[in-house]
Design a protein around this ligand. Structure first.
Ligand code: RTP
Ligand code: MG
Length: 144
């Protein structure tokens, strides 16, 4: 079961823009170098229906339709990362949502294209991290 990992895992997605540009390897290198352990990984593609479900919290936002289209536009790499304070530390590593505001050296600063095509996702709470990990992975695909 995954519940005992509460507070120690986060779900990341290398988004279609970054996969398409060949940034999977440098991004994973940076993540591991920052002390995160990869305990599950897969390359996959979201249907529009799955992308709608994954980003349901944003369904009333003006950018929702465009976000769903973008997230289902090509392959993505989903990863579960283990580390103490994983959620918080990972969001520091990826930087602000808008790459224009992302600190120098963060993943979005280095690899994002725009506010939407911002290269990478990170869970925003410990509870959502668990939920998102189970969205992409079954228990037998996770190696604690
Ligand atoms: P994420 O969920 O992907 O890790 O990103 P986040 O927490 O930093 O940002 P969030 O507010 O959850 O937004 C989700 C994703 O929607 C796209 N977005 N587009 N055009 C816009 O105004 C806009 N705002 C957000 C981005 O791809 C963002 O990461
Ligand atoms: Mg978010």
């Amino acid at each position: 079961m995954i519940d005992h990992m509460f507070g120690k895992i986060t779900l990341s997605i290398i988004k279609p823009d970054a996969v398409q540009k060949g940034y999977v390897s440098p991004i994973l290198y940076k993540i591991v170098h920052a002390g995160f352990h990869i305990i599950a990984i897969k390359i996959t593609e979201l249907s529009k229906k799955s992308a709608t479900k994954f980003y349901a919290e944003h369904k009333k936002k003006l950018f929702f339709e465009s976000l769903v289209k973008f997230m289902s536009s090509g392959p993505i790499v989903s990863v579960i990362l283990k580390k103490e304070n994983a959620v918080k530390d990972f969001r520091i590593l990826i930087g602000e949502t808008n790459p224009v505001h992302a600190k120098k050296g963060t993943i979005r600063n280095l690899y994002a294209t725009s506010l939407e095509k911002n290269a990478i996702h990170g869970s925003d709470s410990n509870q959502n991290a668990i939920k998102e990990c189970l969205f992409y992975f079954s228990n037998r695909e996770i190696f604690f």
